[in-house]
Design a protein around this ligand. Structure first.
Ligand SMILES: [Zn+2]
Length: 243
């Protein structure tokens, strides 16, 4: 459901399009609606009505079923198929009191079918009711849209959060790449040879451990004096000779 005329402000007068081949009928309804501060457009046949419905975007269309050219039921069907006019309420005021015609008018998408003679005050009353219903439908529709938008926003948030988690997990996994490196997460300490007290030369680190949360870093040093290779475990802070 779309707003029939989004360009018209809520406090602006209601625009009705009255479609009837009979000028007196149009005038009778037009004058009465104008007394109620409505704006009225008139059309004497289906084609003119279709053109005015598209260009003027009335708030409501009142039409006879029997019209020259395009009849009222066909007109209603055409309006319903066009996104620009599909939400405009259509009220039939017909000289046909046969139930078959009323059914056809309703099936074509008519909001209401009134039969002639229909007094202008009765028409106005019914138009108000139809517009009120259409407005509540629109309000419902926008409420649904707001709710849908809120749900979408929430879904986006959940999605971005899980993407973030997956991404972080992924980067942690990468950071926890096991193996040898000369660029370990923890800076290797400055150590001296336990045998000769000379500074040890850092060679490489080995990253191990059960998980990224429990990494193990083993730093390997060499004594330039030939005392051997030493392993320093960051977790236990212990140095031992390994070769
Ligand atoms: Zn040494």
């Amino acid at each position: 459901m779309t707003i029939s005329n989004p360009s018209r402000l809520a406090d602006e007068p209601i625009l009705a399009l009255i479609v009837d081949r009979d000028q007196d009928t149009r005038q009778m309804y037009a004058e009465y609606l104008k007394l109620g501060h409505w704006l009225v457009e008139e059309a004497s046949d289906g084609r003119e009505a279709l053109a005015k419905a598209i260009t003027r975007r009335p708030d409501v269309i009142v039409t006879e079923t029997h019209l020259p050219g395009i009849d009222g039921i066909t007109l209603c069907g055409l309006l319903r198929r066009d996104v620009a006019t599909s939400a405009i309420p259509v009220v039939f005021v017909t000289g046909d009191a046969h139930s078959a015609d009323i059914e056809r008018a309703t099936a074509a998408g008519g909001d209401l079918v009134l039969t002639k003679p229909c007094l202008p005050e009765h028409l106005l009353e019914e138009l108000r009711r139809v517009l009120d219903h259409a407005a509540s439908l629109r309000a419902y529709s926008s409420a649904v849209q707001t709710d849908a938008r809120r749900k979408l926003a929430h879904a986006d948030e959940v999605l971005s959060r899980s993407v973030d988690t997956v991404y972080r997990r992924h980067t942690l996994k990468k950071a926890h790449h096991r193996g040898d490196t000369t660029n370990p997460p923890q800076t290797p300490p400055t150590l001296v040879c336990p045998s000769c007290d000379r500074p040890l030369t850092y060679r490489r680190s080995h990253i191990g451990g059960v998980s990224s949360k429990h990494p193990e870093q083993w730093d390997y040093f060499e004594c330039e004096s030939g005392c051997g290779t030493f392993q320093y475990r960051a977790r236990t802070r212990k140095l031992r000779k390994v070769a």
